[in-house]
Ligand binder design. Structure first.
Ligand SMILES: Cc1ncc(COP(=O)(O)O)c(C=O)c1O
Length: 411
């Protein structure tokens, strides 16, 4: 039995332990049980269903497991202290805060675009699938990809149309020839792009996005660009909005954004749907009123605006932490578990294929070592042999995951 101890912290890791103090002073939970027990990641019934045990270090849900930004918590507490929780108007300053953030961090201006509040990314995608396609129509996804896309398409009686990513020695790329062929089928009406791409961590470049836009425009295929992980980019990489790459191509597009992933606010916050298409904007607004998706939550409003106005320093700290955690994984994991290159997201995509395990065995192998990771086949068959690990955690947690992955490792 070889148990490898992670090496002494590198300079980047030491820098992070210095900055984590900024997080620690708002620590909600002790080191030992630093997750809220009702969090989905810890749900005992769910863990039993998925991994046959709940005695696991749960790193399978895509959200940060560190104390969240102090200003957001303060804003929620301040709102709670008002003691009045009735109907409230959503001020314009909410969208203004988002667009100022986008301009400052990503150089993207919302000029000429329609911005609509939507309860969740899933809601936006579900509504647009129904609005932009008919029963039986094809909707392109690029597996391995975020698990919700497929059920959103099939539950609307549309056809999941796969254009898998290609794995090369340099990492993942899109199969643009495959896309051109797939999109040329007249039954295919929509593509759901994931930019940055969960789970493989790719940030699509402007030329790649432009190629997608051109192919889809030529074939009259609309694009939903799910950009919910946009803020989680690892320098020197930067995020290109599909909107910017698509300029002048004539493609019909909408993009999803919001603070839920960046700031760990999925349990409270709204998201945004952005488009340059008056038609999409009008259709979405009509469906929003028909389904009454417009109701707001007073805490969401407070959290949303504060996140974009005051959350920058916290996010920088989180990104330092994830960079250091990736370094730690590179150093501490056994040689036959590979950490795939990551450009964005706080999700490490680990390659276990050298272990030679069949699809169901990898999840069991991980669970036997006390780890709940998302096995790669959940994201499509191309993900078999891989697993996704949330790395938005304290470095001590990554060290524990590394220790477990070295436990009883067949050297
Ligand atoms: C790419 C992507 N889109 C959407 C979501 C979920 O968004 P929502 O909960 O708002 O539907 C996730 C969650 O992990 C995600 O990774």
């Amino acid at each position: 039995m070889a148990i490898r101890t992670p090496r002494a912290p590198t300079a980047a890791q030491a820098r992070v332990s210095a900055v984590t103090c900024g997080l620690c002073h708002t620590r909600l939970m002790s080191e030992a049980d630093h997750f809220f027990p009702r969090s989905l990641a810890f749900d005992s019934t769910r863990l039993h269903e998925l991994f046959s045990t709940d005695e696991l270090l749960p790193l399978w849900i895509a959200e940060p497991y560190v104390p969240l930004a102090a200003p957001i918590r303060a804003a929620i507490e301040e709102r709670a202290n008002v003691g009045w929780y009735g109907y409230e108007t959503r001020p314009d300053s909410v969208k203004a805060a988002f667009w100022k953030w986008m301009a400052d961090r990503h150089g993207w201006s919302g000029d000429g675009l329609t911005t609509i509040v939507s309860p969740s990314v899933g809601t936006s995608i579900g509504v647009l699938i129904n609005e932009l396609t008919g029963p039986g129509d094809g909707v392109i996804i690029q597996p391995p990809v975020f698990t919700d896309f497929k059920p959103l398409i099939s539950s609307s009686a549309r056809t999941v149309t796969r254009n898998p990513l290609v794995l090369t020695v340099d990492g993942y790329r899109m199969d643009l020839d495959g896309l051109a062929e797939t999109a040329s089928n007249s039954a295919v009406r929509l593509m759901i792009l994931c930019n940055p791409h969960n789970p493989v961590g790719r940030l699509w470049s402007k030329p790649e996005l432009r190629a997608v836009a051109r192919i889809c425009a030529e074939n009259d295929v609309a694009v939903i660009s799910d950009e919910i992980h946009a803020d989680l980019t690892h320098p020197p990489h930067s995020f290109t909005p599909f909107a910017e790459a698509a300029k002048g191509t004539g493609v019909t597009w909408a993009a999803t954004h919001g603070p839920i992933k960046t700031f760990g606010l999925a349990g409270i916050c709204d998201t945004l749907l952005i488009t340059d298409s008056t038609d999409i904007g009008d259709r979405f607004k009509t469906m929003s009123s028909r389904l009454h998706l417009t109701r707001n939550n007073v805490f969401a409003t407070a959290a949303f605006e504060t996140a974009y106005e005051e959350g920058g320093a916290w996010l920088d700290t989180l990104l330092d932490l994830t960079t250091a955690n990736i370094e730690r994984l590179h150093e501490g994991l056994p040689g036959d578990i590979e950490v795939m290159p990551i450009q964005a997201t706080y999700l490490a995509w680990l390659d276990f294929r050298q272990l030679g395990l069949e699809v169901p065995e990898l999840a069991q192998w991980l669970a036997a070592r006390g780890l709940a990771l998302s096995p790669g086949h959940w994201f499509g068959r191309e993900g078999a042999g891989f697993a996704r690990m949330s790395i938005a955690v304290e470095t001590t947690t990554i060290d524990e995951a590394i220790r477990r992955l070295n436990h009883n490792h067949p050297d």
